[in-house]
Design a protein around this ligand. Structure first.
Ligand code: KG4
Ligand code: ZN
Length: 330
């Protein structure tokens, strides 16, 4: 039972939150940099770090004021250790370690993917273990056998682009604004998802891995061939991207015999994906609330509450790691 202040700064969102017992968000603030990076069509790492530096103190003060909580009641400080952009990670991690040192609290480093996974506990229905998790973000596409709170076996992952990355790249091909996921979802409304038969890679093979670079290339070739209706291309792309996720997820459920499914990561905000997993997968589906799908501090605090309760803390020698591997019980 613990109250944790969580910090997320691995990419282009500065997220600060205070969470009680891993399930109750007392205060949560996310400062998005989308408007700053939009003119470049994607995240500019150096600008991202500077922006985190500019905002992180005042955002933390805002969260503390909103929470109406005394510092002495906070049990631990958590921050994303990796993976992510090195400069961006450093800002949040160093800030978190400084708070932990100044306030004499345990410091809990958290893997970004573990944070996304724990966002499912911020919803109304909370899953029990074991479960299958589908993590879909701008950097990851993974099927994970989630055996216990910090015990994971990766069953499948993308061999090239992550699914969120493919949304972002295809949006750019269609001249839709960054970030691509929400833009494609909007553009697809009213489009015909059957207008183009884009490929679903790795289907019918004896693997739970994904591949998304061929789908992006197929969209590129279709666009080069003629003047196309953007809504139809967006809808057909989204249909193919989601179809591959739903089919592989069902394959993983069949293989493992698991009956609970958790969805997490930025692409978990996708309506079609949420609806289709719930309608078509043979499992009870646990979804994070929309606002905890994209990067935020609450998911980091939630994962850290569990770590703190189990004594899995780090210390002030923890270093940021842009390529931090995802392992059990680190
Ligand atoms: O988890 P996240 O905020 O950052 C990473 O850890 O990467 O995920 C960001 C990704 C981006 O690729 C963005 O385009 C995608 O999530 N995304 C979506 C939607 N909202 C965000 N993809 C599809 N549909 C959405 N509604
Ligand atoms: Zn993320």
């Amino acid at each position: 039972m613990s109250i944790v202040l969580g910090i997320e700064s691995s990419c282009d969102e500065t997220g600060i939150a205070i969470v009680r017992n891993g399930v109750e968000v007392i205060a949560n603030e996310v400062a998005s940099q989308i408007d700053i990076h939009r003119e470049f069509g994607g995240v500019v790492p150096e600008i991202a770090s500077r922006q985190h530096t500019t905002i992180i103190s005042q955002l933390t003060e805002k969260v503390l004021a909103e929470a109406g909580i005394r510092i002495k009641d906070i049990d631990g400080i958590a921050a994303t250790q990796g993976p992510g952009l090195m400069g961006a990670l450093l800002v949040g991690l160093c800030f978190g370690k400084a708070l932990a040192y100044a306030w004499k609290k345990p410091f809990v480093p958290v893997h970004h993917i573990e944070g996304h996974l724990f966002s499912v506990f911020l919803g109304e229905a909370r899953p029990e273990f074991p479960l299958l998790a589908l993590v879909v973000s701008g950097g990851h596409t993974q099927l994970i056998h989630w055996e216990a709170p910090h015990q994971y076996t990766i069953l499948g992952a993308t061999r090239d682009d992550a699914v969120g990355e493919s949304f972002d790249k295809v949006a750019r091909l269609l001249n839709l604004p960054y970030p691509g996921g929400p833009s494609i979802q909007r553009a697809a409304e009213g489009g015909n998802p059957e207008a183009f038969d884009f490929p679903r890679a790795m289907m019918g093979r004896n693997t739970l891995d994904f591949s998304y670079s061929g789908l992006k290339t197929a969209v590129l070739y279709a666009l080069q061939a003629g003047d196309l209706c953007v809504a139809d291309v967006a809808a057909s792309f989204q249909h193919a991207a989601v179809d591959a996720l739903v089919r592989k997820t069902q394959q993983a459920l069949d293989q493992t015999g698991l009956s609970r499914l958790a969805l997490a990561g930025g692409v978990a905000a996708n309506r079609l994906l949420r609806d289709r997993l719930m309608a078509e997968c043979n499992a009870t589906v646990y979804l994070p609330p929309f606002k905890y799908c994209i990067d935020n501090g609450a998911m980091i605090a939630a994962a850290a509450c569990s770590r703190l309760d189990l004594g899995l803390t780090g210390d002030l020698s923890t270093v940021a790691n842009p390529n931090l591997p995802f392992t059990s019980l680190a």
